[in-house]
Design a protein around this ligand. Sequence first.
Ligand SMILES: Cc1cc2nc3c(=O)[nH]c(=O)nc-3n(C[C@H](O)[C@H](O)[C@H](O)COP(=O)(O)O)c2cc1C
Length: 325
Amino acid sequence: MQLGSISIAGRAALAPMAGFTDAACRRLAARHGAAYTVSEMVSAKAITFGDKKSVRLLWQGENPAPFGVQLFGAEPQTVARAAAMIADRPFDFFDLNMGCPAPKITASGAGSRLLLDPRLCGEMVRAVVSAAEGRPVTVKLRTGWDAEHITAIEVAKRCEEAGAAAIALHARTRQQMYEPGIDAGMIRAVKQAVRIPVLGNGDIASAEDAVRMVGETGCDGVMIGRAALGDPWLFERVNAALAGQPVPPLPTLGQRMQALRQQVYEMCEEKGEWAAMPQARSQALHYMKGLRGAAALRRACCQLQHFADLDRLIEQVLESQRADS
Ligand SMILES: Cc1cc2nc3c(=O)[nH]c(=O)nc-3n(C[C@H](O)[C@H](O)[C@H](O)COP(=O)(O)O)c2cc1C
């Protein structure tokens, strides 16, 4: 797959997820074969105001795969100004958020609210492309605002005309949030409407899901969000399945706990323990998925305050597993 000037190895990208896809999470996904990764969404307006927290979200360090910074905003000029202001940062491409359903984002005209105005979506891409100094600009969108406003095809065409390098489509409207299931037909329709790569997104939880999505829609690649949390090995399984190779086995509990420890260690190194541990709690919960004693594990994860607490929890989890087997 090609994102403008960037050649992408692999066909499964890590979806942007606010509160989760920080540098440690992105690196881990990339080490396990994510074709590219995208930052948590960052407010263009906040960047233009010099907000330090927003700029910190862009910190990356070394990363084995191309990395995009996702901006959200409602006015093309503001988003373009933010893009120009961060142009000296080490990242590979820009991604524009046209899918966020959260009321506090849509109320300002940003996120999925943009889907009500395909012309504005095109203007947004055009403005950022001209500020991007040659970096590719990708777009992440939903199928539309609601059942009466399904605009993804027109938005995708406008974005392509304006210079977008790829489209990732979460195949639900804003109104649908996360239910019911995705509309694979819309991914197929968008794929047929544009020549740039289209990544299908929504509910991919296994290698089989990814193969089905590619088969049903003809999309160039898939983007995976929630199911990759606590399971970065999913990228290896999806890559193998899409290449028609044998799918590697699921990770052992020991591998899962080791990955969790490494991820939280890197989070603490980069943000400091005080900022990292609240986020580490929700990451830890994902690594505990499917283990016995879910309620007790949930309580224990929610009480993590220091890195040493995580070490104790991991030891307990491994102990109880040994005792059970
Ligand atoms: C906690 C969370 C945070 C998210 N944050 C973002 C975001 O910052 N930008 C974005 O474009 N999408 C965001 N999304 C949407 C995901 O990128 C993705 O489109 C959605 O979860 C569907 O894919 P999945 O079924 O593989 O999770 C978020 C989703 C979740 C669950």
